[in-house]
Design a protein around this ligand. Sequence first.
Ligand SMILES: [Zn+2]
Length: 267
Amino acid sequence: MTEYRIYPLVAAKIGAVKGVVTQMVDMTTPIVAPVLAYYLDGGTKKILVDTGVCEPGPDGNFHGFPIVDGGAQGMIKALAGIGLKPEDIDIVIITHMHFDHAANIGLFPTAQFILQKTEWEYAKAPLPIQRGVYLTELLTQLEGYDLVLADDGYEVADGVKVICVPGHTKGQQATVVNTSDGIYVLSGDLAYSRVNIYPEMTEFTDAAGNKVPCTPQTGHAFYPPGIHTDLSDWYNSIWRVLSIAGRRSHILPGHDPSLIGKVFPEK
Ligand SMILES: [Zn+2]
C-alpha cells in the first residue's frame, strides 16, 4: 500500500477564546490558533486536505473571529512553502464546510473535491446558531466542480480513505492515511488541538508563541471542544478515530500550534 508523508500547512491564523477549544472552560483567555490544511505526499495524485479560511471583513474579523494572513493568499503561500501551486493539486478533501476549512476553493477549479454526503446536506440547512459559519456561496461554487459526495469509508486513493465523524458538525469527515509508521488520522475539527486528545495537559503554546495555561480534565479520556452539533456523536467519533489511529500521537487535529513545521511520520 502507498505510504504517505503528511505536511501540516498553516493557511492563516485565527483568534478565539480558549473555551472554544476546551468545552467552555477558560472563556476569557485569548488564544491564537493556526488554520491548518494538510498536504499528502507520496501517491500518484497530489492530495490536499482543506483549503483555508476566507478573507476577513474590513475590521479583520469573520463571524467575530480575528483572521490574520488568511484568504486565498494565505493558502497560496502555504502551498508555496512546500514548492506547490494550487493548480498542481489533483484532489481536495474538505473535512467540513466551515468558513475556516472550505474557503478559497476557487483556487482549485480543476481538482476533484471530496465531501461527505451528510455534510453537504447539513451545510444547506445548518442549525440556526451555526448558519454564520457556513458560506452558502461555497456550495453553489462546489456544484460546478468535480464533486464526489462520499459515504463513510470512501477510498480516495490507494492508502487514503475518508470516514464520517459527526459531532462537531453533522457530516464532518476524517482522513485516514497510511504511512511508514502506521495509520495517521487527520481529525479535522473533531479535535481542534492536542488538548482534546490529552485532557491532562496543563499548558500549551499558541500560534503566537504565548504559553496558555490549561485547566486539566483529570480522569477523562478526552476533553471535548466547545462547538458541536451533537456531543454524544462526538464521543463515538473520537473513540472510533483513536481505535483506527491506534495511538493518540497519530491523531492530527485541525488547529494545533504544535504541528507547525513538522512532517509526519516524524521518523
Ligand atoms: Zn469547524
